[in-house]
Design a protein around this ligand. Sequence first.
Ligand code: SF4
Length: 464
Amino acid sequence: MRNRFNHRATVLLRVASVTPDSIGAELGLLPGTELLSVNGRRLEDFLDWEFLTADDAFVLRARLPSGQDLECDIERPEGMPLGVALEPPRIRRCANHCDFCFVDGNPTGMRGSLYIRDDDYRLSFRYGNFATLTNLKPWDEARIAEYRLSPLYVSVHATDPVVRRWLLRNPEAPDIVAQLGRFAERGIRFHTQVVLVPGVNDGVVLERTLVDLYGLGAAVLSVSVVPVALTEYSKHNLVQAPSAEQCRVALAAVDRWAARAVVERGHPWCFGADDLYLQADAALPPAPWYGDFEQRENGVGAVRYLQTRIAAAAGRYGDWTGRRVGIATGTAMASLMPQVVETLARETGGAFEILPLQNDLFGTSVTTAGLLPGAAFLRALRERPDLDLALLPAESVNDDLRFMDDLDAHVLAAQVPMEIRLSYDFADVLAGGSADGRMNGLNDASTGAPSADPAIPPSAGGER
Ligand code: SF4
């Protein structure tokens, strides 16, 4: 108890900004105000704040930057926001040391946040970041249950405790099946992933993992099998990428379990990442296979999701007849892109060119578009005056519009001869009067770039 008290005593929750004319402003809250407690319960982080202030009436204790203490008896009309934005939370650090850790695979000179090993169940609930749950304290488990933080996105990797501890390089990692089972009894649900490391958690280990996760019943909403991604800086003496044959074997296991789940549960449940299909040289399942695409951020169904989004915007695309559009992407997507581009060309009349870029920051083995450095885009685009527009993957910049190598997207846009737009799915910047609208024109002062809540990064770095 003593430790728990000390732990909590060091945590502060501060106001970053207050909306004018809001309840927060009326109460006199200011940027820098420490939010201490609600109804006598100490506030540790944004989750406490959101859940404890969800009622229409509560007592807030706070300390203004001047040191003055406030006690506010708040009653508000149902649903009216308080108008208080919080400072970013302190990210929970990872307790593991996986050989395939993405952070270890980072070269020097990148955005600072990319060196953080995050493993944070709060961001798992909020943003769908994967967490291993190996750093949970008893009070974390209690609040996950109390606040019903569900679904959580969990990196399982293997349910065999010995193999999992080996993979995570963490001898203290708890038995994940027992842990998930305890949460399941309290109504928590999970999307899970297995990062496939050949020779470690494939074959019979993968089979046992799928048996165990399936055995947890409805609590495990999905499981994805994702081939391990390495960079040139990864520990290649300790972990290898799977071969095409190893991907095919894993895919066969995925297919077997998916077929069983379709019969018994009415949905596939077990999914291969797009990368697994690519590396196995197998065709992707059709879009309906992925249901609500709940693991698309994990590269599961991402291609089909893209096609679905493009098709959904049919009839709303701007007229790009006679104009040339470059689509800059990683080498992974390049081979899948022609089927996507075909629809775009038909809808817009434009001439689309796919620009597959190699990742010379992480190495050519890293093929995802979201990890491309700004320098790669700059090199590919600066000598291309024939292009009217270039679409860049929005995932490749952070909320401050900086690429992996810290290049500012505005600086990039100023150095290339065409208009630049950051796009998640093409429809977001090409549909809806886009030809002249520069909805997302970085070449302008205003970017209009899609952005997550700037207070909390969708992913700080390590866990994926
Ligand atoms: S951040 Fe993820 S990959 Fe890196 S050590 Fe932690 S759990 Fe492993």
